[in-house]
Design a protein around this ligand. Structure first.
Ligand code: PMP
Length: 314
C-alpha cells in the first residue's frame, strides 16, 4: 500500500495533492537530491524506530549544498516534520521506508544550478525487501563505470546520478542476476548499483574507501562500528581489485534499502562455499536487532516515532 500523506510545499497534505508541474527544473534536469531512511517496528515496545534520521537529513542537506540549494531546514526541523508525518500516517505493525527529496522547483528552462527556487518534500510507505534473495544473491560485474566525483558528486545522492545506477541495475537484472558490482574509473570496486560493498578474506573485513567514488553510506558507517565493537573483527578500508572477490570467503552489500544482502556468486563463481557465510549471518542477526532498537548500546541511533513529541509549528 502507498502513503496517504506527503509533506509538500511546507505542509502535510493528502498524497493526491503532492504533485509538481512537467516544467519542474528537477524533473527535466535531474537537479534534486534524495534520501532513503527506514523505520522498523518493535513488537514488544509497540513502537516504530527511525534509524539515524539526523544523519540522513544532514547528508541530504549536504547534497543540497553541492547543488547550490539554500533550504530553510535543519536536520532537526526535518526530523520534526518526519515525526509529524509518521504520526499522521499512524503506521503500526510494519516496517516503513521514508523518502525525503529536495529539488529545484522552479518551472523554468535552462541547465544551471543558480537563481532557481528549491523545495523539500517527503513521504513514507510500508516496505519489505529491496533484493529478494537477501541470503544468497547472484551478482555480475557491470560494464558501466561508477560516476566519478569530477563528473557528478559521488558522495551526494543526486537524482540525476541515478541514471547511472538504473543502467547498472537493469543490465544486471535483465541478464538474470540479482545485482551488479561497479568498478570506478580506476578499475577498482566502488559499490553496487545502490548499496555499499564489503568482503571477507582470511577473517578480515575489507571495504572500499570513500575516495573510490562510493556514496558515504550511513549503513556502511554503522556496521563498521558494529563489526568492530560487537563482533571483534578487523575492518580494513582499502581499494579492492575485481578478482579479489572471486577468491573472497564472504561478500555482502549493505544499505538502507537492501539492508544486508549476502553475495554468494559473482560472475558464475561461488563466493566461499557458495552459501551465506558465518560473518554475514551473524551480522544480519545483529543488524535487525539494531534496527528494531534491541541493542541498548546503540539506542541513540533509534528515534522512537510514538514516544517522541514533535515540536509544534515545525
Ligand atoms: N550507495 C548508493 C549509490 C546508494 O544509493 C545507497 C543507498 N542510499 C548506498 C550506497 C547505501 O547508503 P545508506 O547506507 O546510507 O543507505
Amino acid at each position: 500500500m502507498g502513503p496517504s500523506y506527503a509533506y509538500f510545499q511546507g505542509k502535510i497534505v493528502p498524497i493526491e495533492e503532492a504533485k509538481v508541474s512537467v516544467m519542474t527544473h528537477a524533473l527535466n534536469y535531474g537537479t534534486g537530491a534524495f534520501g532513503g531512511v527506514r523505520a522498523y517496528w518493535n513488537d514488544e515496545e509497540e513502537d516504530l524506530f527511525i534509524f539515524r534520521p539526523l544523519d540522513h537529513f544532514q547528508r541530504i542537506l549536504r547534497s543540497g549544498k553541492m547543488l547550490l540549494m539554500d533550504l530553510p531546514y535543519t536536520p532537526e526541523s526535518m526530523l520534526n516534520i518526519l515525526l509529524q508525518l509518521l504520526q499522521t500516517e499512524n503506521y503500526h505493525g510494519e516496517d516503513i521506508y521514508i523518502r525525503p527529496l529536495i529539488y529545484k522547483s522552479s518551472e523554468q528552462i535552462g541547465v544551471k544550478l543558480h537563481d532557481l527556487d528549491c523545495d523539500f518534500t517527503m513521504f513514507a510507505l510500508p516496505f519489505g525487501s529491496y533484493i529478494e534473495k537477501e541470503e544468497g544473491s547472484r551478482v555480475t560485474f557491470s560494464s558501466w563505470r561508477r560516476i566519478d566525483d569530477n563528473t557528478i558528486p559521488a558522495r551526494g545522492k543526486i537524482t540525476g546520478a541515478y541514471a547511472n545506477s538504473a543502467l547498472i541495475k537493469s543490465d544486471a537484472v535483465l541478464s538474470g542476476f540479482d545485482e551488479a558490482l561497479v568498478l570506478n574509473e580506476n578499475g577498482h570496486i566502488a559499490e553496487g548499483s545502490a548499496e555499499n560493498f564489503f568482503m571477507v578474506r582470511d577473517g578480515v573485513v575489507i571495504t572500499p574507501p570513500i575516495y573510490a567514488n562510493i556514496l558515504e553510506g550511513i549503513t556502511r558507517r554503522s556496521i563498521i562500528q558494529l563489526m568492530q565493537e560487537e563482533m571483534g573483527l578487523d575492518v580494513v578500508t582499502r581499494e579492492i581489485d575485481r578478482t579479489e572477490v572471486f577468491i573472497a570467503d564472504e561478500a555482502f552489500f549493505c544499505g538502507t534499502g537492501v539492508q544486508i544482502v549476502a553475495i554468494t556468486e559473482v560472475d558464475h563463481r561461488p563466493v566461499g562455499t557458495g552459501k551465506m557465510g558465518p560473518i554475514v549471518g551473524e551480522l544480519r542477526d545483529l543488524y535487525f536487532k539494531l534496527m528494531r532498537g534491541m541493542l541498548p548500546r546503540y539506542r541513540d541511533w533509534n528515534v522512537s516515532v510514538y514516544c517522541t513529541q514533535p515540536e509544534p509549528g515545525a
